[in-house]
Design a protein around this ligand. Structure first.
Ligand code: F0G
Length: 465
C-alpha cells in the first residue's frame, strides 16, 4: 500500500516561533511548571489539545461569510440544526458555546446530591460539572482499558457487568443517566464498540435509565468501528454514525473536536420536556435557542464541519497519522497506551518515569521535560488532573499517569510529527534525569489548569531535565 497522504493542500499558513533551551527554561519557571500558563507563541509544536485547534477548510471559511447574525431565527441556525439532525438522527437541537456548557445544562437538570452518573470514562469538565451539581461520576471502563500496554480493539468499552451490578446495588432511581464518552478521552482516546453501546442500551432499557453519548469524537469512533468491528467494514461512516446515535436518548457535543470548529457545541435530545427545560436554562446562561452563545458564522462552520469530518479519506489519514507517531515511539521502546488513540498518543508516564512517585507528578514532570527538550506542549492526564486528597490530605493518585500528545486536526504535517517523535525518544533515552514536582498553589476544582508547581529538588528548570 502506498503512503496515506494528507487529503488536503495548504492555502494559508501560520508561522511558528522558535526559541532556545535557555529561553524555555526561563519560560517554564515563570509559568510555574504549568504548561497551561505558557504563551502559545513560546510553544513550537502545540499538542496541548485537539479542541478548537483544527484548521478549518475553505468550505468552512466560505460558510462563515454566509453567517447570519440575527438574534432570533437565523438561517444559520436552521442549517446547523439540519446538519445535527442529519448526522445524529436526534430531533431536538440546542446550540451551546462549547461542550461543557451543554454538560452544565444537562447535569444541572438531571444531577444533584445523592445521584450517580455512570460512564466508561468521564473527561475532566464532564466530571467537574457532575460534581458541581452535587452528583457523583463513576467510571466503569472495561478491564483492558485499565492496562496501557495491553492492546485491544475497543478499550473504551464500558464494563457492562460492572454497570449492571452498580445499577442493582445503587437503585435505578438514583441514576438519572448513563453517558458513554466516544472515544474515551481520559482512557487513551480508545473507541467504544457498537456492540458495547447496544448492550449498554439494553441494560439502560431494563432499568428505565436514559443513555447519553458524549459525542466529541464520534467520527473517529465510528471509523474505528468500521476498521475493527465485525460487520462494519463495508458500511459508510455516516451510516455507522447514525446507528451509534440511534441507541441514545441524547448527546452532548463539543464541536471543537469532530466538527472542525474553533468554538461551539450542542445538546441534542429526543425528549420534548427535557429539551424545554434545557432551553429555559440556555436562555439564562447561553442565549436565545437559535444561537446559544454562538455567532451565526460559528453555526455555519459547525454545520459544514460535521459533514466534512465523516469523509473517509480524512478519517483514514487522521487515524493513520496518530498511529504513525505511535509506531515510531513503540519501535524505540517508549511506553504508550496501545493501540494508538483516535486523536492523540498517550505516553505512559508511570512506566516512563518509574523513579518518580505519584505525589511528585511523573506525568507533569514528563510534560515539562518535553517542553524543555523540544518546545513541545502536551498535557498531563494523571494525578495532577484527577488526583484527590484523603482526610489526612495525602494524595489519592489517579489510576493512570499519562501525558497526552493530542494532534490538532489538519494542522501539522508529517515532518512536524517526525520531529515530535525525535524529541520524545531523546527524552526517553535520558529519562533518569527527569525530576519530580510538587504543588505550591492549587484551586479546589480542575486544579490542573491553574496549579503552580516547582521541582522537589528545590533547584530550577535546568535540574528538572
Ligand atoms: N467531553 C470530552 C470527552 C472532552 O474531551 C471535552 C473537552 C469536553 C467534553 C468538553 O468540551 O472543551 O468544548 O467544553 N476536551 C478538551 C481536551 C478540552 O483537551 O480534551 P469543551
Amino acid at each position: 500500500m502506498k503512503t496515506i497522504i494528507e487529503p488536503f493542500k495548504i492555502k494559508s499558513i501560520e508561522p511558528i516561533y522558535f526559541n532556545t533551551r535557555e529561553e524555555r527554561e526561563k519560560i517554564l519557571e515563570e509559568a510555574y511548571y504549568n504548561l497551561f500558563l505558557i504563551h502559545s507563541r513560546d510553544v513550537l509544536i502545540d499538542l496541548l489539545t485537539d479542541s478548537g485547534t483544527s484548521a478549518m477548510s475553505s468550505g468552512q471559511w466560505a460558510g462563515i461569510m454566509q453567517g447570519d447574525e440575527s438574534y432570533a431565527g437565523s438561517p444559520s441556525f436552521y442549517r446547523f440544526e439540519e446538519a445535527v439532525r442529519t448526522v445524529t438522527g436526534l430531533p431536538l437541537v440546542i446550540p451551546t458555546h462549547q461542550g461543557r456548557a451543554a454538560e452544565k445544562i444537562l447535569f444541572h437538570l438531571l444531577g444533584g446530591k445523592g445521584k450517580f452518573i455512570l460512564s466508561n470514562n468521564l473527561f475532566d469538565t464532564t466530571r467537574a460539572n457532575i460534581e458541581f451539581s452535587g452528583a457523583e461520576g463513576i467510571d466503569l471502563v472495561c478491564e483492558e482499558g485499565k492496562h496501557p500496554s495491553f492492546p485491544a480493539p475497543f478499550k473504551g468499552n464500558v464494563d457492562t457487568a460492572a454497570l449492571q451490578k452498580f445499577i442493582e446495588k445503587t437503585g435505578a432511581q438514583n441514576i438519572p443517566l448513563v453517558i458513554l464518552t466516544v472515544t474515551n478521552n481520559s482512557g487513551g482516546g480508545q473507541p467504544v464498540s457498537m456492540r458495547n453501546i447496544r448492550e449498554t442500551r439494553a441494560i439502560c432499557d431494563r432499568h428505565g435509565i436514559p443513555l447519553f453519548i458524549d459525542a466529541c469524537r464520534f467520527a473517529e469512533n465510528a471509523y474505528f468501528i468500521k476498521l475493527r468491528e465485525e460487520g462494519y467494514a463495508g458500511k459508510p461512516v455516516p451510516e455507522i454514525v447514525k446507528e451509534l446515535f440511534s441507541y441514545a436518548d441524547g448527546c452532548t457535543m463539543s464541536a471543537k473536536k469532530d466538527a472542525f470548529a474553533n468554538i461551539g457545541g450542542f445538546l441534542a435530545l429526543r425528549d420534548e420536556k427535557l429539551a424545554r427545560q434545557c432551553r429555559n436554562l440556555l436562555i439564562i446562561t447561553e442565549g436565545f435557542p437559535t444561537y446559544g452563545g454562538l455567532a451565526g458564522r460559528d453555526l455555519e462552520a459547525i454545520a459544514i464541519g460535521l459533514r466534512e469530518v465523516m469523509d473517509e479519506h480524512y478519517l483514514q489519514y487522521r487515524i493513520r497519522s496518530i498511529e504513525y507517531l505511535a509506531n515510531k515511539l513503540i519501535d524505540a521502546g517508549v511506553p504508550i497506551i496501545r493501540p494508538a488513540g483516535g486523536h492523540a498518543v498517550y505516553l505512559d508516564a508511570k512506566a516512563f518515569n518509574t523513579h518518580i512517585p505519584p505525589d511528585q507528578y511523573p506525568g507533569q514532570a514528563l510534560a515539562c521535560a518535553l517542553y524543555l527538550a523540544g518546545g513541545i506542549r502536551g498535557v498531563e492526564i494523571g494525578s495532577l488532573m484527577f488526583g484527590k486528597y484523603d482526610a489526612a490530605r495525602r494524595l489519592v493518585p489517579a489510576p493512570m499517569e499519562l501525558v497526552r500528545l493530542a494532534i490538532p486536526r489538519r494542522v501539522y504535517t508529517q515532518s512536524h510529527i517526525d520531529y515530535v517523535a525525535e524529541v520524545v525518544i531523546e527524552v526517553f533515552r535520558k529519562k533518569r534525569e527527569i525530576q519530580g514536582l510538587e504543588i505550591t498553589e492549587e484551586a479546589p476544582m480542575l486544579r490542573h489548569f491553574t496549579a503552580k508547581l516547582r521541582p522537589v529538588s528545590g533547584n530550577g528548570p535546568a535540574a528538572l531535565f
